[in-house]
Design a protein around this ligand. Structure first.
Ligand SMILES: Nc1ncnc2c1ncn2[C@@H]1O[C@H](COP(=O)(O)OP(=O)(O)O)[C@@H](O)[C@H]1O
Ligand SMILES: [Mg+2]
Length: 318
């Protein structure tokens, strides 16, 4: 299983100072071990919780941004969104704090590494890709039902727990359908070019949960073919996706079951209305179409019995 990215303190000036600041902020609660990732806004640390004897991940907002109301507000909002989304495929938040210029929140440590690091090492077989997509679609269906759009689905923001379960992380630019006044401002230019739906790229105020379906389609395409639907630098892929349809999965991968390839292709439709009606619809299609007859019926019976597709999905898969 892929190990999480490791950083060395020499790589980033200021990392030691950040660590000391975080150590002070979480003293008595967590023992900070090492930085595992550093992005523009935050550093993620591996830490240990002595009482429970478990590893945790601590996300620390860059100290220079912690004093800024807007960034601090967004960071708080990320923690609150995670706090509101209790789902097996969405990382939970275990604690939160702001002390002396250190804004942090704690999550369970996802020891299986990111989907990005896994894709760098190996090409996934179609069945593994299908299982991952089903679980991520289930997590997204739940988030969307709570009014949360992730907006930055990509391989770096999916990580695996120790049992191999894929988990959505990084709700840093997620939007809330209801109470978000900063929505249009967040909408503009946020996200990651290779995964961004055309309407998100254009900053359209109508961009909704279907941008996550598009990005999930990009992920599916990568898992199945080993490449992005549009390759090149950020400007090139952005321009091409506005004028061209994505190529079908079958153009780059033989041997993918037709229904699975078609499910991913449909996520990548340029017009949101041509994609799946929602993440739940995608999940159910992935569950039903590729399952054998009796399994398909069992799935439908289970869904009726439990009244919750997500549990039926979990039961069918393991
Ligand atoms: N709970 C976690 N367990 C292990 N690693 C994590 C966890 N959360 C994040 N990471 C690692 O840290 C990286 C950055 O975290 P993320 O929340 O995506 O922050 P950023 O806003 O900097 O992208 C992820 O790509 C992943 O490698
Ligand atoms: Mg991220």
């Amino acid at each position: 299983m892929a190990a999480p990215l490791r950083l060395h303190s020499g790589e980033y000036p200021g990392l030691r100072a950040e660590q000391r600041r975080l150590e002070r902020a979480v003293a008595g609660r967590y023992r900070v071990i090492e930085a595992v990732s550093r992005g523009g806004m935050a550093t993620v640390w591996r830490a240990f919780e002595p009482g429970i004897e478990r590893q945790v991940a601590l996300k620390l907002l860059s100290p220079s941004l912690c004093g800024d109301d807007e960034h601090r507000g967004r960071f708080r909002r990320e923690a609150r969104i995670l706090g509101a989304l209790a789902h097996p495929n969405i990382v939970p938040v275990l604690g939160f704090g702001e002390l002396d210029g250190a804004c942090w929140f704690a999550m369970p440590f996802l020891a299986g590494g990111t989907l990005e690091s896994r894709l760098a090492e190996l090409r996934l077989d179609p069945e593994s890709a299908r299982r991952i997509l089903i679980q991520l679609a289930d997590g997204l269906a739940f988030a969307h039902a709570q009014g949360v759009v992730h907006r930055d689905i990509k391989a770096e923001n999916v990580a695996f727990d120790a049992s191999g379960r894929p988990v959505l992380t990084d709700f840093g630019i997620a939007t809330l359908a209801t109470s978000d006044h900063s929505r249009s401002e967040i909408t503009k230019g946020s996200g990651t070019a290779h995964y961004m739906a055309p309407e998100q790229l254009l900053g359209s105020p109508e961009a909704d949960g279907r941008v996550d379906l598009y990005a999930l389609g990009v992920l599916g395409f990568r898992m199945l073919t080993g490449r992005f639907p549009f390759e090149g630098n950020a400007d090139q892929v952005s321009a091409r996706r506005l004028t061209n349809d994505a190529p079908p999965v079958a153009a780059f991968a033989a041997g993918v079951p037709a229904a699975l390839a078609a499910a991913v292709d449909r996520c990548l439709a340029r017009r949101p209305a041509d994609r799946w009606g929602g993440a739940a619809e995608l999940r159910d299609a992935l569950l039903a179409r590729t399952a054998a007859g009796p399994l398909k019926q069992a799935g439908a019976a289970l869904r009726r019995l439990l009244g919750r597709p997500s549990r039926a999905a979990a039961l069918l898969m393991f």
